[in-house]
Write a protein that binds this ligand. Structure first.
Ligand code: PMP
Length: 353
């Protein structure tokens, strides 16, 4: 049959986001959303948006948002790039820093599954470096690849494991090429590489408002790095869409990031629930990886990840599993509120008994 699609569109295998079933109400622990609401100051900013101003395009320079990010991160606004979710920023990174048919992008075998999708989309070779047996990342192995650049999720997803800032610094200092650190889950770890961006012009740190700022529904992320890297991202953005961050989003995210105290308190609750959940899962015979994130990655011998997922789903609790080599036995469980975590544990007890 004749097709109107080009070769890329015919062959594309997209990233699959976590499911959003509509058949009933679930305890939703499958997409690493924050269980707590956004800051009251963010709500005020939301209400403060002048509705009739929405006839105008959003502020092109995003001055208020960039200044608020810069203030919170201790950098200058010219070192900040904002985009429509960190996924969009990562897409720009792959297009800006890697050549099609070049030496490729290096990343782990078990990491954020969007990276290979971006590579496929932009025709960038993939240099896959397997994690160790215990799912830690040997950075020396990443460094030894001939790749054009490296992408590291820290903490990693879906393992949840973190790499200390000193290790990242040693790696960046010695790598001599672009290093993109995806810190989507850094609010639950506290080892951000952002301060290093002032010292190393080959380091770009990508962050999001989706997890640590409870604003996944708004779609906003940002990157911090050397001015030349930021300007490359701006040129890529302006080749697709000059206004990816809308007026409401700019106002709400600026207010949210300025309310660090609120989020530190809420994220500390997530961290303490993470520790409780990890212990409770271990008590039920699960092997749980040490998480630095707002989710835990766990498996129980004798059960596949899919079985655990299905049994929980039948009981109204959604988690995520991955049909992939090495991790097919695991489930990724978002840390919810105490009540949500209790519901998960009760559902587990129900089917394990
Ligand atoms: N990086 C990682 C490691 C993630 O897990 C996610 C969430 N799926 C993202 C980036 C993207 O987050 P967002 O686009 O919501 O900012």
């Amino acid at each position: 049959m004749n097709t109107y699609l080009n070769k890329r569109a015919q062959g594309i295998v997209p990233y699959v986001a976590g499911e959003q079933p509509k058949d009933k109400k679930y305890v939703k622990l499958n997409t690493n959303e924050n269980p707590y609401p956004p800051s009251p100051k963010a709500l005020e900013a939301y209400k403060g948006v002048n509705f009739s101003d929405l006839r105008l395009y959003p502020p092109l320079a995003m001055d208020k948002l960039k200044s608020a990010v810069a203030e919170a991160e201790g950098v200058s606004p010219e070192n900040v790039f904002c985009g429509n979710g960190s996924d969009e920023i990562l897409a720009f990174c792959f297009s800006a820093f890697f050549d099609a048919d070049g030496k490729g992008a290096a990343f782990a075998d078990i990491t954020y599954s969007f990276y290979p999708v971006f590579c496929e989309f932009f025709g960038i070779p993939q240099v896959i470096v397997p994690l160790e047996e215990d799912f830690s990342q040997d950075l020396e192995k990443l460094r030894k690849t001939p790749a054009q650049g490296v992408v590291i999720a820290n903490p990693n997803a879906p393992t949840g494991m973190g790499i200390a800032r000193e290790e990242i610094e040693k790696f960046v200092a010695r790598s001599g090429r672009i290093v993109i650190v995806d810190e989507a889950y850094m609010p639950f770890y506290g080892q951000s590489a952002v301060p290093l961006t002032q010292k190393y012009d080959n380091l770009l740190v990508v962050k999001t408002f989706s997890k640590g700022y409870s604003l996944a529904g708004l779609r906003c992320g940002y990157a911090v790095g050397d001015r030349e890297l930021i300007s490359a991202l701006e040129r890529c953005r302006d080749s697709f869409n000059s206004y990816p961050v809308d007026t409401v989003c700019q106002a709400v995210c600026a207010a949210a990031i300025a309310d660090g105290e609120y989020y530190r308190e809420k994220n500390a609750l997530v961290i303490s629930e993470r520790e409780r959940l990890s212990k409770e899962l271990a008590r039920r015979g699960f092997f749980v990886l040490p998480s630095c994130s707002n989710f835990v990655f766990a498996k129980k011998s004798g059960l596949s990840g899919r079985e655990v997922y299905e049994k929980l789903r039948e009981r109204g609790v959604l988690v995520r599993h991955f049909q992939k080599p090495r991790i097919a036995d695991f489930c990724r469980i978002t840390v919810g509120s105490a009540e949500q975590n209790d519901a998960l544990l009760a559902a587990l007890d129900d089917f394990l008994s």
